[in-house]
Design a protein around this ligand. Structure first.
Ligand code: MOS
Length: 739
């Protein structure tokens, strides 16, 4: 049966009305009988060193101030980063621990007052003097020479297949180039925010966080609490993109405030706080070496990545991910080196690895296509891999070539001239660009509990989060379709650590993981209902194959009973079942990815160097699509972000202070509607039974991978100028444009 809530239908967000009427409470919006006090974060102004003296007297005496927390009076905590062997999402995230300053913007005090204005005013009255470390490290160049233990996602830092030197040195056509990408911010619409409420021995934390279970553990470790006494609540999140995966600074500070005062304390990071007090994407230097035969067959792929790593915070982005997986090659060498810096932590930022990895790598592949005198689409098609070059594993499915072909046709790629700079219109140079899109597909252990009530409604619980991507909606659809209910009979409860542990949101694994667990629970419910029906003499002896769940009924042979009747007849007020999913052999033994191809038309003003993107078109293959509207929205977001980091985004460092200079949304440039062209998104429905029981694949991080390179490649095609230092701003182009 197909209804408007079936899987794949473009069902409107079920939480949409709550959001547009202001009834969906985000972290900072939860209300209490007594309004929470407000905390303001006071940031260090040196990159590394010690607090010599901190005088908070004037602040304490200032109007409305209730307390000023520093390392002198904050509660006892476990040192930051302990226990050492654990992942970064469950380690201690201690704040105001001692006099040590680890980076510019590091919190040195929390002023807690009746109002935000009082707290912020008092913060200015605090006097601090520092002892600066000798030679703080605030730049990461290609002198990065530390090998990280592992890369994000558990990938190996180095992968070598075949004899790279030999293959590269003997190739007919070679390319040896270095690309750089700057620091970037996720800049989620909702800043990082927390309200902590300490009552008796219970700590209740309303926090904007993507992974709930690990954050309970991290807070328990940090504050030396029993995890059973901590509840984390995160029902609505205004974007995360990785910067809210774990517990971040304001959450620990709010908890310290609540513990100190035994009253609810709210800390919202000011937009300017977010740039230093929430993680960002680190800059990268990517040295790429490609070798190909005269016919354009890739023989050698080399990718060396150099990135910063914040001291004491283990995170290394797998920037080589695209180079390892996208094309066939005889020899592959992919390495990652990091440099310890006295800078704010780098961490996951949408599609860690494939995003900025593809930005450089798909640009270099484009360079190679031109060097081989081949059409960039044809060159890519001629180098499709038959297995994963990096791991040697078979692909669970592979749809990249079809995406490229379909995209080229839809875009009108055949109208393009091979020669760069050959198309123009008035003062505008016109260019077409393409890039392959590929993103890791993951599945994480996830559980759900559901309850079917006698009134025929179904409620599902999981500590899953909806970061704005539509999780409530796709879960509603999965339950509706599996149980034969309508969307308004389904109630999805997420974002609370009291609910069964789920994957949480991250790594594009949320929908697949939480959705499969829910489907599993619904299937168990169907079995329970069939058993119940048998006990009631319905369908007796008949195979369950001809039973259907439709319109809130079990229809079995010539009998139809509503769920309400089934439950009433057996004297039950409700039925509960549990569901779960976990990755198995199909994830161990197959290389799993989502795919796409992106096509771009740009116009470059030959007098000013201004780039205007005229068209963005993407064809994507991400298994079974769960909701065509929310899936499309996510793909649009990634394409916008790709345009953005190709042309605009650059989080600039003042190396003297280790500070980000442009830490607001006026100076950290993002595209606005005026900058965006029409965007076309097409799906190739290609359910992958190895990915999960639903056959879906990750979609949240798919389109950001490749989108930026397609823009950059179009700029090259328009102008014949290859800018290898992102973003491609007009000053960089102008230097090469003819007078
Ligand atoms: Mo993501 S960058 O794992 O939220």
């Amino acid at each position: 049966m197909t209804n408007s809530a079936s899987i794949g239908q473009p069902l409107d967000r079920v939480d949409g009305p709550l959001k547009v009427t202001g009834r969906a409470a985000y972290a900072a919006e939860h209300t209490f009988e007594v309004p929470p006090l407000t905390g303001w974060i006071v940031e260090a102004t040196i990159p590394a060193g010690r607090i010599k003296r901190i005088d908070t007297k004037a602040a304490e005496n200032s109007t409305g101030v209730v307390a000023v927390l520093t390392h002198y009076n904050a509660a006892t905590q476990t040192p930051f980063g302990e226990p050492a062997g654990e992942g970064r999402f469950t380690q201690s995230r201690a704040m105001l621990f001692d006099d040590r300053i680890r980076y510019h913007g590091f919190p040195v005090a929390l002023v807690i007052a009746d109002t935000l204005a009082d707290a912020r005013h008092a913060a200015g009255l605090i006097e601090i003097s520092y002892e600066l470390d000798d030679d703080p490290v605030t730049t990461a160049g290609n002198d990065a020479d530390e090998m990280p233990d592992e890369l994000d996602g558990g990938m190996e830092p180095d992968v070598v297949k075949g004899d790279f030197e030999h293959a590269f040195n003997n190739a007919d056509v070679t390319l040896d180039v270095t690309y750089t990408t700057p620091n970037q911010a996720a800049a989620a619409m909702e800043p990082h925010a927390t309200i902590a409420d300490f009552d008796g021995d219970q700590l209740k934390v309303y926090m904007s966080v993507q992974l709930i279970g690990p954050s309970v553990k991290a807070l328990a470790t940090t504050l030396q609490f029993d995890p059973d006494n901590i509840q984390v609540v995160s029902p609505y999140i205004g974007g995360g993109f990785g910067s809210k995966l774990g517990v971040h600074n304001e959450a620990v500070l709010a908890c310290l405030g609540a513990l100190h005062l035994k009253r609810p304390v709210k800390v919202v990071q000011h937009r300017r706080h977010v740039f230093h007090n929430a993680p960002h994407r680190g800059s990268s230097i990517q040295h790429i070496q490609l070798g190909a035969s005269r016919e354009g067959k890739l023989q050698a792929i080399g990718h060396e990545s150099f990135m910063p790593m914040a001291k004491g915070y283990e995170f290394a982005e797998p920037t080589g991910a695209s180079a390892r997986t996208t094309y066939r090659t005889d020899a592959l060498r992919s390495t990652h080196r990091v440099k310890s810096v006295d800078m704010p932590p780098t961490d996951s930022c949408r599609a860690p690895g494939h995003s900025i990895g593809s930005l450089a790598f798909e640009s270099a592949i484009d360079e190679m296509a031109y060097r081989c005198n081949q059409d960039p689409v044809d060159f890519r098609l001629a180098n499709m891999p038959d297995k994963d070059p990096g791991t040697g594993q078979p692909f669970s499915s592979h749809d990249l070539a079809e995406c490229l072909r379909e995209g080229a046709e839809r875009f009108g790629w055949e109208n393009r001239e091979q020669q760069p700079g050959s198309l123009s219109q008035g003062r505008h140079l016109i260019g077409y660009g393409v890039a392959s899109t590929i993103r890791l597909n993951m599945l994480m252990p996830s559980k759900t509990r559901i309850r079917l009530s006698a009134d025929g409604t179904l409620t599902a619980w999981a500590d899953m989060t909806d970061i704005g991507t539509g999780t409530y909606t796709i879960l509603t659809q999965i339950a509706a379709e599996t149980m034969g209910l309508s969307a308004d009979q389904i109630n999805i409860e997420l974002g609370d650590s009291r609910y069964p542990p789920s994957s949480g949101s991250g790594g594009s694994f949320g929908a697949a993981s939480s959705g499969s667990a829910l489907q599993n629970a619904c299937q168990a419910m169907c079995i329970k209902l069939l058993d119940m029906a048998r006990e009631q003499g319905i369908g007796d002896g008949k195979s369950a194959d001809n039973a259907r769940f439709e319109n809130g009924q079990l229809i079995w042979g010539d009998k139809a009973l509503t769920f309400t009747e089934l439950l009433d007849n057996s004297g039950q007020t409700y039925l509960e079942t549990d569901g779960e999913v976990a990755p198995g052999d199909d994830h161990d033994n197959y290389s799993q990815h989502s795919y796409g191809a992106q096509f771009v038309e740009v116009h470059v003003d030959r007098d000013t160097g201004e780039v205007r993107v005229k068209r963005l078109l993407g064809v994507f293959s991400a298994g079974r699509i769960l909701n065509r509207k929310t899936a499309r929205s996510q793909l649009l977001g990634g394409m916008v972000w790709g345009l953005s980091y190709a042309l605009l985004e650059d989080l600039m460092v003042d190396e003297r202070y280790g500070a980000f200079m442009n830490r607001d949304l006026a100076e950290y440039h993002l595209p606005v509607n005026r900058d965006m062209p029409e965007i076309d998104v097409y799906f190739r429905e290609d359910p992958d039974p190895r990915s999960n029981p639903l056959g879906s694949k990750g979609i949240g991080e798919l389109s950001i991978s490749g989108a930026g390179a397609a823009v950059a490649n179009a700029v090259y095609h328009a102008t014949g100028i290859r800018i290898r230092d992102f973003p491609i701003t007009l000053d960089k182009l102008l230097a090469h444009l003819p007078e």
